[in-house]
Structures are given as structure tokens and as C-alpha cells.
Write a protein that binds this ligand. Structure first.
Ligand code: F6R
Length: 607
């Protein structure tokens, strides 16, 4: 959702900015631009489309330009269409800035500026922000920023250059992420650690409502009362290789293949003597001992992980769990109290709706726990407790490894909660834990099913619409299979509870509407068989995913994918790989850019 970067130092800033923007491109790819200080003032180069296009333009018009300080932006359009004039950086008066977020009151601000005869050239809220900051600017950048942000409502991360302060970059954020570090080559700030990793594994998150002043030697941070503060340093344990494709055609395929390791890294540190253990995460037993219900809230794929988590938590603890879409939850006036545990799930830790849901839960006295992949992200920092998943950076817009590690985290939560509650015997928990420990090698085995799935996916290339059906855990998985296929292949699909089809929707089933039927759960297998027969007799091509022991009549489906043996409760880890491959190969077969699907961006920091 827009990637931003600023660099000032002793090496070519253009290079640092362009490389950084390339790594941030997953956050938006409608247009890209950079501004940089030169002897003659601030230069700006913008280009509609991807960062490669911008890099070509920079090479042709500014290859010899010397600059050591600049800012760059890759855009996911919100206000104002995709055009060069709406592309960042935006410039007004002595101010040049890049922005990630939305200034919600920009219309009113624009009217105030118009009363002074000031008119923007673009349709963006970001240019209005530049104009407001410029109108507050006398010659003290910090004072101007402080005054201007008081006028803004909405979310923002800004990097700002003031024409008369060459070599300096100022930054502030509210809601949208910014991380920064100091290196021997200079100082750097960006939306995500992936843009910094080439220079350092150590970084800090710019605290909200604090102003960072970057010079070539250091970064000073002041709060809005001008007090200087020392940020908390963080460290990542992944490197440049993790942020590169490493020989794979797409990040998505690489990330699918990284799942065994990501799962191992997420599960192993939480198991001690065969039992779930959160002591190194600092999560106390009291978090679980005094609650009588759980609400899981998240968006998209993370919410789908919540649906599976609910199943395991309720099964083992008999404590009621509901799963809420964060964008709905936050406006529903939910009933919350100190006996409610709200679990937020988020890969990025920055999703605006999930963050708002978390804040609402806290305001209303609920206990909060988050399952987050990005260290130090807003959701992680604002939750009472955090259980980090260890997937490493996820670059492809379509989430894969982050999803399966979220499942693992939810299972660990279910096990630990059951131990604390004493709702299940120690023996039984040990058996579940032992099964979970087998999941990384189970997933490793599953990775070789690509050979079977690629040809099946070819049958879907001309499909306009299809259904995923399942019951229980398989219904939750259907939701995930459907979003994955839709977002990268642009084929319309729906996830449906298999038993619900005949209450209206089955009228859509024809020989042109394939059905992907998940039937991995013995408990409801016979019911699924009946549902599959119902769609098959209406002409649907059926792709069936079944457990190892399933006896499937050859006439039941057109294509059968069988999982290796595993307890039914853990089948989602295997079925998820099948669904990821179906989406991936269908999108590749349709000639689409799998990592950067149209209209989407990763890390949705706006509502
Ligand atoms: C789909 C996908 C999204 C995210 C959702 C939440 O493949 O990636 O649906 O799951 O935008 O994002 P996070 O997990 O960062 O909160």
C-alpha cells in the first residue's frame, strides 16, 4: 500500500532509492518516482508503471547527476487516478514529500488553501499535505511538521525534504509503517525492512507521532514536545537472500517452497518436553486462565487462518470462539469485556482495519494477543502479548507461507490454552504436539504434488467462474483456496459450505463451472460425497482433494489429489499447498504476473 524510502549519505542516492523501491514494489506498482538534492536544487523524476520503467528513465535523463540524498515512492493509487501528475514525490513551495496513507480531511484542507489562492496540480491528498506543510514552514522543518500534522486526520507516513535543508530528510508517521537505520554509507528510512536489509540487519521502528531527522551521519528522533528520544533497536535474522527470488520464477513459488522451514522456525521454539510452551514469548498463563470467550479478528487470508484456529481452540477447550472480519468488527459496536481475549492475526502487523480492531478491543477492556510476522510492527507493539510467526519476509502479494505459519501459531495457542484450562489430558496434548511437529516434513512431501497439479490447472485456464466447496475445516480452507485463485488468476470463484449449495447456489452449477471439492475430513466424508455427486450430476468438472484413507469411486470426480497420511486435524497444512499450487499454476498458465496482481498491494494500511 505504497512503498516509501529516503536515503542520505556518502554514496549515489539514486541507486539506493531505485533498489529500495524495487524491493518495496509489492506494496504498490501503479507508478514510481524519486526526488533528490543536486547542486541546482531538488530534481524529480516520475514514471507511470513499475519501478523498472522509472529506473530506465533515471538512466536516460540523470545517469550523470550526482546526488547523495533523496526520497522515492512506489504508488498504490487511492486518491487520484494512475497518472504522472498524481505520482509521488509531490512538490509545493519549498517542500517535496512522499506519503503512504490517506489524509481523510484533504478536501477541507484544500478549501482552506484555495482561500489563500493556492491550487494543487494533482488530484491527490498527498499534494495537499505538501501544500499544508509548506504553508506552515517558515524555516524550521520540525516546527512546520509539528504544526501541519495537527491539521491532518487519517493515516500517514511522510518523508519530507525542505529545499533549503539539502542533505536532510524529515519523517513522521501515524498508522503507516516506517523503519530506519544508520549505516557507514548513510542513513536510510523505508516502509519495510526489505529495503534496508542490504545495509543492515539492525533497525528501529520510528515511534508514531515522533519526527526523525536523517542526516548523512545520524538520525535524531524528537517527540512533538521537542524531547529527543533513543529508539528501541530490533534485529532480523534473515538476509538479502530472503528478499530475493533466488532462482524461482516468482516470489510466490519461492515462498510456497519456504513453508517447511517457516513452519519449523515457528513451531520448534514453542515446544518443550513435548508440550506447548510460550515462556520465551513472555505470554503468561494468566492471559488464558481468566477468560470465557475468544474473538479472532483479521482480514483476508489471515482471517481464514482464524477460521481454522477457531475449530482447534473450540475442539480442545470448549471455550466459544468467534471469527470476525476486522473491517466489520470495528464498526459493529462489539460486546467486549475483561473476560474476552481478542486475538488479531496479521502477516504485516500494519493492516489498518486489524489495527483499529485491536485498539477497539483494548479500549473496551479486552485482553489482547496478536499473531504477527513482522517484528516491531504496529499490531505487535500495541497488543498486550504477541506470538511471532517466523516466516521471514513475504514479498508476493498473495500470502502463502504466512498463512500456514498462522495456522501453526493458532494450533499452538489452542494446545497451550487447553493445557492451562486442563480441558484435555497431557497425553492427548502430547499427541497433538507430536503431530504438529511432523507438519514441516508433511508439507515438504506435499511440495512435490506440483507435478500433478500443473496439468490439472491447465484445465482451468478458460474458466470464468468456479466453486470451492467443503465442510468444517475444509470449508475454512475453501475460503482460502478461493481468495488465492481470485486474486492472482482473476477467475471469479466462490467458497461455499458444501451442504449449503442446494439452498440456492446450485442453480449456478453447469458443465462450464468447475468445482474444487475438499474432502479431507473423515467425520463428514460421506456427506461430502453426496454433495460432490450433486454437482457432478449437474455437469460440473470436479477436482477433489481427499485424505489418504479416502475410498473414492472413480466416477465421482475428474481429478483426484490425495494427501499423504496425517491426522485429519492437520490436513489443512497439506490441502493449503494444493490450493496454493492450483492458484499459482492457473495464473501462470494465463500469462499473469503472479507476484503483482492488478489493483492489489500487500500491507493494506488504509481502510
Ligand atoms: C491474500 C492476502 C490478504 C492478506 C490481508 C491481511 O493473499 O495476502 O488477504 O491476508 O490483506 O494482511 P495482513 O496479514 O498483513 O494483516
Amino acid at each position: 500500500m505504497c512503498g516509501i524510502i529516503g536515503f542520505t549519505g556518502n554514496i549515489d542516492a539514486k541507486e539506493v532509492l531505485l533498489q529500495g523501491l524495487k524491493s518495496l514494489e509489492y506494496r504498490g506498482y501503479d507508478s514510481a518516482g524519486i526526488s533528490f538534492f543536486t547542486e541546482n536544487g531538488v530534481n524529480t523524476i516520475k514514471s507511470v508503471g513499475k519501478v523498472d520503467g522509472l529506473a530506465d528513465k533515471v538512466a536516460s535523463v540523470a545517469a550523470d547527476v550526482v546526488t547523495k540524498c533523496g526520497i522515492g515512492h512506489t504508488r498504490w493509487a487511492t486518491h487520484g487516478g494512475v497518472s504522472e501528475v498524481n505520482c509521488h514525490p509531490h512538490h509545493y513551495g519549498r517542500v517535496t514529500l512522499i506519503h503512504n496513507g490517506i489524509i481523510e480531511n484533504y478536501k477541507e484542507l484544500q478549501e482552506e488553501l484555495a482561500a489563500d489562492g493556492k491550487e494543487p496540480v494533482s488530484q491527490t491528498d498527498s499534494e495537499i499535505a505538501a501544500m499544508v506543510i509548506d504553508s506552515c514552514y517558515k524555516n524550521n522543518p520540525i516546527k512546520a511538521i509539528k504544526k501541519a500534522v495537527k491539521k491532518f486526520t487519517g493515516a500517514y507516513a511522510f518523508c519530507i525534504m525542505f529545499e533549503d535543508h539539502p542533505g536532510s530528510i524529515y519523517a513522521i508517521r501515524n498508522g503507516s509503517p516506517l523503519v530506519a537505520t544508520t549505516t557507514p554509507s548513510g542513513t536510510i528510512i523505508a516502509s519495510d525492512m526489505v529495503a534496508l536489509i542490504k545495509y543492515s540487519k539492525d533497525y528501529f521502528v520510528l515511534p508514531e507521532h515522533h519526527i526523525a531527522h536523517l542526516t548523512s551521519k545520524n538520525i535524531t528522533i524528537t517527540d512533538l514536545d521537542y524531547n529527543e528520544i533513543e529508539p528501541d533497536m530490533l534485529h532480523v535474522n534473515w538476509d538479502m537472500a530472503a528478499a530475493r527470488k533466488g532462482g524461482y520464477d516468482y516470489f510466490m513459488l519461492k515462498e510456497i517452497h519456504e513453508q517447511p522451514e517457516a513452519l519449523r522456525n515457528t513451531i520448534a521454539p514453542r515446544i518443550k518436553d513435548g508440550m506447548p510452551d510460550f515462556s520465551t514469548d513472555g505470554i503468561p498463563d494468566s492471559l488464558f486462565s481468566d477468560i470465557n470467550r475468544i474473538i479472532i479478528t483479521a482480514c483476508g487470508t489471515a482471517m481464514h487462518a482464524g477460521l481454522i484456529g477457531r475449530n482447534m481452540i473450540e475442539k480442545l477447550t470448549r471455550v466459544p470462539v468467534t471469527v470476525e472480519i476486522a473491517s466489520e468488527f470495528r464498526y459493529q459496536d462489539p460486546i467486549l469485556d475483561s473476560k474476552t481475549l481478542v486475538i488479531t492475526i496479521s502477516q504485516s502487523g500494519e493492516t489498518a482495519d486489524t489495527l483499529a480492531a485491536l485498539r477497539l478491543a483494548k479500549e473496551n477492556g479486552a485482553k489482547t494477543l496478536s499473531v504477527v510476522n513482522v517484528k516491531g510492527s504496529s499490531i505487535a507493539r500495541e497488543s498486550d502479548y504477541v506470538l511471532y510467526t517466523h516466516a521471514g519476509p513475504e514479498i508476493a502479494v498473495a500470502s502463502t507461507k504466512a498463512y500456514t505459519v498462522q495456522l501453526a501459531a493458532m494450533y499452538l495457542i489452542a494446545f497451550r490454552f487447553a493445557v492451562i484450562r486442563g480441558s484435555v489430558s497431557e497425553d492427548k496434548i502430547k499427541k497433538y504436539v507430536a503431530e504438529l511437529e511432523k507438519v514441516p516434513s508433511f508439507v515438504q512431501k506435499m511440495l512435490s504434488c506440483d507435478k500433478a497439479i500443473e496439468p490439472i490447472s491447465r484445465k482451468l485456464l478458460k474458466t470464468e467462474s468456479l466453486f470451492f466447496i467443503g465442510r468444517g475445516l475444509d470449508y475454512a480452507l475453501s475460503c482460502e483456496g478461493s481468495i488465492k485463485l481470485k486474486e492472482i488468476s482473476y477467475i471469479h470463484s466462490e467458497a461455499y459450505a458444501a451442504g449449503e449449495l442446494k439452498h440456492g447456489t446450485i442453480s449456478l452449477i453447469t458443465d462450464n463451472v468447475p468445482v474444487i471439492a475438499l474432502a479431507t475430513q473423515q467425520k463428514v466424508f460421506a456427506k461430502m460425497i453426496s454433495n460432490i455427486r450433486e454437482v457432478r450430476s449437474r455437469g460440473a468438472m470436479v477436482i477433489m482433494i481427499a485424505g489418504a484413507d479416502a475410498e473414492v469411486d472413480a466416477s465421482l470426480c475428474d481429478h483426484l489429489i490425495t494427501l499423504p497420511p496425517i491426522d485429519d486435524a492437520f490436513a489443512p497444512f497439506g490441502a493449503a499447498i494444493v490450493l496454493q499450487y492450483i492458484a499459482y499454476y492457473t495464473a501462470v498458465g494465463r500469462g499473469l504476473n503472479v507476484d503483482q496482481p492488478r489493483n492489489l498491494a500487500k500491507s493494506v494500511t488504509v481502510e
